[in-house]
Design a protein. Structure first.
Length: 268
């Protein structure tokens, strides 16, 4: 009777692990039965061992997992990333994913930037860039105002996409996905053409960039998603904003205003 009471109390205490312990019960029962047939011992000769297993937590550490931490997704426009790896490490290490616009990085300088991140002991192990910016000597393509990238502490890769080749080669868009624990976070980073005499069709081109990115992120991906970057247009000034809103996307400032009362400010 005492043994039965101990077993009942043990099962109640181990209820979350009951299925796992059931296997232990049958295993130890088999050992006891085998001993009974071979050496004449009582069927319950091994009940102290069985009882000991009931007071051991199966599959649980002394400290069951780390405490939850905040996940930080942010954007910034550095006006060129060359030589700024130490600043990123010292000032932006709190972020998990950073969408970067206006990197100015060509193929060679992008490799150098990655090396400088490693030398500065950056926590951002993944640095994914869009199409490399043309060499600075080629002023026809206005290389000084191009380049996008994503910095991440978590495994990140570029996504295959049906964005037209000419838009991808503009060095103004990159689509990536990041594995955060067991969840994929998909995003598009866009650096829009500025409003200047060098870009007379900037609104038309920015609409094309954002339209294709929104199509992919909104309709071809699941789970947490974002579209970020410096778009160089006012909110609501392009048809693509209605497309994003219809898919459930909202501007971060609108969310901050409705939840915490922050005043919406024009980005400069």
């Amino acid at each position: 009777m005492v043994l039965l009471l101990c077993c009942v109390l043990g099962l109640l205490w181990q209820l979350p692990q009951a299925l796992g312990l059931l296997a232990w019960v049958f295993a130890l029962e088999s050992v006891a039965v085998c001993c009974n047939h071979s050496s004449g011992l009582s069927r319950w000769s091994f009940w102290p061992v069985w009882l000991f297993t009931m007071v051991c937590r199966v599959g649980e550490a002394a400290h069951p997992g780390p405490a939850q931490s905040n996940f930080v997704l942010g954007i910034f426009n550095p006006s060129g990333l060359t030589g700024k790896a130490p600043y990123i490490v010292s000032q932006l290490s709190h972020g998990d994913i950073w969408a970067v616009s206006e990197t100015h990085l060509s193929h060679q300088s992008f490799s150098q930037f990655r090396s400088s991140l490693h030398f500065a002991q950056s926590p951002f192990r993944y640095c994914i860039g869009g199409n490399p910016v043309p060499a600075q000597s080629n002023r026809v393509l206005h290389a000084a105002w191009r380049g996008v990238a994503v910095l991440s502490k978590h495994p990140t890769r570029m996504l295959p996409t049906d964005v037209p080749l000419d838009l991808l080669q503009s060095s103004r868009v990159v689509l990536t996905t990041t594995l955060v624990q067991d969840m994929w976070v998909t995003g598009g980073t866009v650096y829009g053409e500025p409003d200047s005499c060098a870009y007379p069709n900037h609104k038309l081109h920015n609409e094309a960039l954002l339209h294709h990115v929104a199509n992919h992120v909104c309709h071809l991906a699941k789970g947490p998603r974002y579209v970020a970057g410096d778009w160089n247009v006012d909110y609501g000034s392009l048809p693509v904003f209605a497309q994003l809103e219809a898919a459930g996307f909202r501007d971060l400032q609108d969310i901050a205003s409705s939840h915490w009362g922050y005043h919406i400010q024009k980005q400069v």
